[in-house]
Design a protein around this ligand. Structure first.
Ligand SMILES: [Zn+2]
Length: 379
């Protein structure tokens, strides 16, 4: 089983330049590969005699060889880190072809930067020290990071300007199996609370948004406003930008921790978990913090459930209910549609057919549970 471990990284001062230029070279290779693919694609679309450009590892490798000859300074950084860019770009295209994400985009030198070393020959790890390829120095990471047999590591610099290292590590143990047989839940990812959970044999419960979010929302608005007023490129502006990035990182960490606990609990206690397939891409456009957190959570909950499910020997079933399934509109008791559409503002309603009084979210979670059970019976 593979897991990911992340630790703060303390670079040797002689390494800062090397690490930063590795980010830069990686970005450069990505953008070059993407650009030449784009150009070839456009030429092909215009109907020239050219072949349709291939999206394949080998095609990218060929192009990379050409780029490396043209820009010899690329060999000043780890070539393994640059080769990994090829894999990443290829995977980004695959996700795009499957409709899971948008077309790969050019990378900007602003924001989060990263590179990955995924060749054991290039990974010089000694206890809690790591030496990057082409460096003579060791960088240190947290003493508590116990590594078993890492197969790759990723170095990142976040918006605050701090460096981190994360390892993909292998562990053999399989967690003991709690009694989960015959236990099913439906989850409605909500707006008011983060999620409503409806177990098949028990009362529903909800995952509540931490109160701290409201406080951070206020602080975030203040900082964003201040940032807009500040002159471009000024020293104060940079300070405010870092403050804002720190705040966002803090919120992201609280959220991630919460979602980890939530998904672990769900996976441990249930045999089947049914969730809605939400159009995350459409929702992320909203910029309000509380809403934003919610939007990010939808995708994360699904991803976490899916990989945590693999930790068990007895299969756990994650059922994705179609996003067009009318989970909020049906009566979960008798299955009829209400005479009028249940709008977003309606929290409670009574079924005209069977007279059941419904809470909007609990009804939705129950419908998602029932739909999950139905889908598993037919498949
Ligand atoms: Zn009814």
């Amino acid at each position: 089983m593979f897991i990911r471990k992340k630790a703060k990284l303390r670079l040797h001062e002689e390494d800062v330049e090397l690490v930063n230029s590795t980010f830069g070279c990686r970005r450069f290779v990505w953008n070059q590969l993407l650009n030449s693919h784009k150009e070839q694609y456009e030429k092909w679309k215009e109907g020239g005699t050219l072949e349709k450009p291939k999206v394949s590892i080998s095609a990218f490798r060929e192009e990379f060889k050409r780029i490396k000859t043209e820009y010899p300074w690329l060999s000043e950084v780890s070539s393994n880190a640059l080769y990994e860019t090829i894999t990443d770009l290829y995977n980004a295209f695959q996700r795009f072809f499957k409709g899971l994400s948008g077309h790969p985009e050019f990378k900007s030198k602003r924001g989060k930067q990263s590179f990955r070393i995924a060749s054991r020959v290039n990974m010089y790890i000694e206890g809690n020290r790591v030496r990057f390829p082409k460096s003579n120095y060791y960088a240190r990471f947290s003493k508590n990071t116990i590594l078993n047999d890492p197969s790759s590591y990723t170095v990142t610099r976040d918006n605050v300007g701090d460096y981190f290292i994360s390892f993909v590590d292998q562990i053999d143990e399989i967690e003991p199996e709690p009694e989960s047989k015959g236990k099913f839940v439906g989850i409605d990812l909500g707006i008011k609370s983060l999620a409503i959970v409806k177990p098949s044999n028990r009362e529903p419960w909800e995952l509540i948004n931490p109160k701290t979010y409201a406080k951070y929302q206020k602080r975030r608005t203040t900082l964003s406003r201040r940032l807009m007023k500040k002159k471009n490129g000024g020293n104060n502006r940079n300070k405010t930008r870092i403050k804002l990035a720190k705040l966002e990182r803090k919120v992201a960490n609280i959220r991630k921790d919460l979602l980890h606990k939530f998904t672990t609990k769900l996976i441990k206690e249930n045999q089947m978990i049914s969730i809605e397939d939400l159009n995350v891409k459409g929702m992320v456009k909203n910029h309000k913090l509380a809403k934003h957190i919610q939007d990010c959570s939808f995708g994360t909950i699904r991803t976490m459930l899916e990989y945590k499910a693999k930790r068990y020997t007895k299969p756990k079933v994650i059922t994705i209910v179609n996003r067009f399934f009318a989970s909020t509109q049906l009566c979960s008791q008798c299955g009829v549609l209400p005479k009028e559409r249940i709008g977003l503002k309606i929290r409670n309603w009574t079924c005209w057919n069977c007279g059941t009084k419904h809470d909007r979210d609990i009804n939705a979670a129950t419908n998602i549970l029932n739909e999950g059970l139905r889908l598993n019976q037919t498949s």
